[in-house]
Write a protein that binds this ligand. Structure first.
Ligand SMILES: Nc1ncnc2c1ncn2[C@@H]1O[C@H](COP(=O)(O)O)[C@@H](OP(=O)(O)O)[C@H]1O
Ligand SMILES: [Mg+2]
Ligand SMILES: [Mg+2]
Ligand SMILES: [Mg+2]
Length: 389
């Protein structure tokens, strides 16, 4: 179990408060304490500050686009998933700001590439992206740079071609996770994480449409609450949330409920991304009473990290291979808030294998107390489904 300070504790650097960290070490489980021990001598504070800035500025670009979303902003990639000027713009901004803040070209594993944008018919779209990137950077007022050219934007996007892997440091970026939610006007996230020697050591999730207060039991679409959350986590230092417009961070913690009857669960809005039938069977077996909360993107990990729900279930169709940028930031945000993220067989996720995750059947997330019962329900439900085929 992690040391939970309280919900209004501002973030302090671990170097300034060694006392808090020795306390935190003494109360952790053995698997997380070895993770912490490995990272104890490392501080990623500088990278975390750069990541928070990059994700926040990218979120502003996305918010601008979502407001004035035009059908012509939507293109189709070869895999038919929608990709918008905001996906490209967000990737260019994050790549550019990381490079500027850290004074070196980052190794970046990111979802988008510039292939389609370099085609003659994309010339107008590219101009529009460059304009958006420059307007957003100028609007921020803290980034000292002359306007970027179309070529600068293409180069920044293409920095995301790294293959990642088990050695060295690699940034992992999903410039807009939940593009379908973004296009619908619903939830999406800018998800940025850092791998060091194959382990996720920090993560930032910007969720522009996620209410600052709990979404437990609420109808997200009719929520009048103020929205825009920035979750961030550094290995060994816990998870914090602040508003995207810059409030003081508060420490967050996953739900500690042991009772499945009190637990609600998150899953993809899109049934094509995760089997709603299987999750319903699992929830029934486990004794969950509440209906599923269906939202797009890694906003699910963010909401879970602050206890809005207790379980996240993800079961893609057979043969689908998960990408590391769809989970790296969300994983550490939940893990540092005291949660457990595994594949459907209970194995930890391995982010060291390159751009893809090699895992068994699906991804499940909950707290340490509920995990054994959840794993049992998952195993039985998958068995039942298989035998009924
Ligand atoms: N058939 C499929 N099964 C599972 N995940 C899929 C999928 N097709 C796309 N995805 C991934 O699901 C992500 C969105 O997850 P969620 O369903 O939780 O909102 C997408 O991220 P992008 O929107 O960044 O492309 C995409 O990578
Ligand atoms: Mg995509
Ligand atoms: Mg994604
Ligand atoms: Mg994406």
């Amino acid at each position: 179990m992690l040391l939970h300070i309280n919900a209004t504790t501002p973030l302090h650097s671990k170097s300034k408060f060694p006392f808090l960290f020795s306390l935190s070490f003494s109360t952790t489980s053995s698997s997380s304490s070895s993770r912490r021990a490995a990272a104890a001598s490392m501080s990623y504070d500088k990278q975390l500050a750069a990541a928070k800035k990059a994700a926040s500025v990218a979120a502003r670009l996305c918010q601008k686009v979502q407001k004035s979303l035009l059908q012509s902003d939507v293109q189709s990639k070869s895999d038919k998933s929608p990709v918008t000027v905001a996906d490209y713009g967000s990737q260019a901004i994050v790549s550019f700001i990381l490079e500027k803040e850290l004074a070196s070209i980052p190794s970046l594993v990111a979802e988008e590439d510039s292939g389609d944008l370099r085609k003659e018919e994309s010339r107008e779209t590219l101009h529009r992206i460059t304009e958006l990137v420059n307007d957003t950077i100028a609007g921020d007022g803290t980034i000292d740079v002359s306007p970027l050219s179309d070529e600068d934007v293409l180069t920044a996007i293409d920095n995301g071609k790294s293959e990642g892997g088990p050695h060295g440091q690699h940034w992992v970026l999903d410039p807009i996770d939940g593009t379908k939610g973004f296009l619908r006007g619903d939830q999406y996230a800018i998800a940025l994480a850092l791998l060091d020697e194959g382990k996720v050591v920090l993560g930032v999730l910007a969720c522009p449409n996620l209410p600052l207060t709990s979404i437990a039991g609420s109808n997200l679409n009719s929520s009048e609450d103020k929205a825009g959350c920035l979750f961030f986590a550094e290995v060994g230092a816990g998870t914090y949330m602040q508003s995207l417009d810059g409030s003081l961070p508060t420490k967050v913690h996953v739900s500690t409920t042991e009772n499945p009857e009190e637990a609600s669960f998150f899953e993809s809005f899109e049934a094509a991304h995760s089997s709603h039938d299987l999750s319903s069977l699992i929830a029934t077996k486990l004794g969950v009473k509440a209906p599923p909360v269906r939202i797009d993107s890694q906003a699910k990990y963010g909401a879970l990290s602050r206890g809005d729900g207790a379980i996240y279930l993800r079961f893609p169709r057979r043969g689908y291979i998960e990408k590391i940028w769809d989970h790296a930031a969300g994983y550490i945000v939940v893990a540092e808030a005291g949660g457990v993220v595994t594949d459907a067989g209970g194995k930890p996720l391995d982010f060291s294998k390159g751009r893809y995750l090699d895992l068994d059947t699906g991804i499940i997330v909950t707290n340490e107390k509920l995990m054994p019962a959840l794993l049992k329900a998952v195993r039985e439900s998958i068995g039942e489904k298989a035998s009924s085929l």
